[in-house]
Design a protein around this ligand. Sequence first.
Ligand SMILES: [Zn+2]
Length: 283
Amino acid sequence: MRQKIMVLALAVFVGAGLAVVTGTSQQQAPPLEMSEVVEGLYVIMGSGGNVGVRVTGEGVIVIDDKFERNYDEIIANIESVTDEPVRYVINTHHHGDHSGGNVRFSAIAQVIAHKNVRANILRNDQAGPPSVIYTHETAVFLGDAEVQAHHMGRGHTNGDSIIYFPDLGVIHGGDLINTGNIFIDYNNGGSFLEWVDTLDRALELDFTTAIPGHGDILTKDELRAYRNKFAALETRARELVAQGMAPDEFVANLPTDDLGWDLTGRGGAGAQGVYAELTGAME
Ligand SMILES: [Zn+2]
């Protein structure tokens, strides 16, 4: 506890220093928080995507690794529950808030991801591409644990994986599952229309608990409700297209407030992408 308070104080001090140096009112990064999901599996929330920590008895398997700057704090959190070394890191997708730590973790662990994660990281000039890739699925067996990675189709990007802990009945969905706003990364092969199919495949797995890429943990029923929001929005979007709306009109009229989403950010890129997908303007 005392150590935690000191870490918090240091974070506040560093944050305040940065704000003074840059002369901005930049937000201070909150400290990371780790909690147990089920025995043997932890989640680290705060600053970037949710990190899964599977302690196996013979080493640790980490799912996603936030930003490079979070590396030391991730390691400190893991060391607070186990002496075992991190042996593997699996990225759910290429975004820097989920794979930025690769550049540090690759010195101590094997970094694994879908082949499109590696391609996207290289094309976008990000650091830390995974050194081991797969096309459809892979699994890591370590100690008493099995951790599976399944590419079940496109959605948030073209390289999304669902990470499955079969012995624990838990999945980590990366940003395919986000309890906040959704982001369809069309520049990296994302697809709104395929997202719902991808979630349907994920729901076929035998699990009770889902760790999202961002936000709090969901039950399987809550994940079904989340999946149904995609289907509801698709129905609405198809109706507007059937009315003959132009792209700008479509973006302005697609209702998403009740779903808790806003697709008009980034110049309406999300809604425009949906329109392009529905009208066949996107291959
Ligand atoms: Zn993402």
